[in-house]
Design a protein around this ligand. Sequence first.
Ligand code: C5P
Length: 313
Amino acid sequence: MTHLGYRCYAKVNLTLEVLRRRDDGYHDLASLVHTISLADGLHMESANTLSSHIEGLDITAESNLVTRAAHVLASTANLSPQVELRLVKRIPAAAGLGGGSSDAATALVGLNRLWGTRLATSDLARLAATLGSDVPFFIDGGAALMTARGEHLEILPPLSGQWLILVTPPHAVAAKTAQLYSALEPTDFSSGAATERAALRLRQRLPLSEEHLFNVFTRAARHVFPGLADAWTAAERICARRFFLSGAGPALFALAVDRADAHRQQTSLAQLGLPAFAARTVRHARTAIRLRPTPPSGTLKRDPRALCLVVQW
Ligand code: C5P
């Protein structure tokens, strides 16, 4: 095998509670997290050296997590990292949607196949935790109850086809996750009961409604991200429903009734200049993009829709 291509899915935090600050500077959290259909594309091809190419929106250092993932896997397996990585960004970076983490987990899973390193899922999850707190979740994706620093995961029955409306206000706040955590006050901390309630709904295979959603950063994010409070108010007025932060923000999401509702609201938000997406919940962290075998004299052309290489006969 010399080629692999994947769609790497984003996530939303349906709930996100912080329980306490820890001695190591991190925080213990409780979060109900779910992968959604908004995706980056990650293409890997065997090569003699390691190179990475990043295309698309919102390129930041976060995107380079795929390169770090390649180095971490290669050094664990005692290999020299030989691969050409091509990342096509569609998930807005540093938005709270986990795009960089999803790309990194897919790099670990994909390179484990491409290089034949045969690390067990538990070993990949351990490497993932060294790359970021929510990277382990993206080894499998779907729905999970996330606790501790983010690395303890209880897999839950996923919500099937829950449509969402996403709003992703742009921002330029450096190290925003660390800033948001340090802006928390003890009164923002909670017990994890809201997350347990929402997780119970999934265990019982029941849908969620607005009353089940919660995010600890709701107060702090309005101060840290300039313009977020106005975008939030506008989104709630236009779509006539509540919006919730995902992760440390500034991405916001709301529950949609169905696909048509999600697309209608996305159009209305976009008309007012708010970057918006319609997405639905998905059961996995990634799907493989099928590649046809390269013919000896074939030429390769990029297909931006499929986010992969297709063979032109
Ligand atoms: O692990 P990750 O690189 O995503 O974390 C970014 C920052 O977010 C950390 O440096 C830390 O300040 C904060 N964080 C935290 N508690 C967590 C996860 C992240 O305080 N559980």
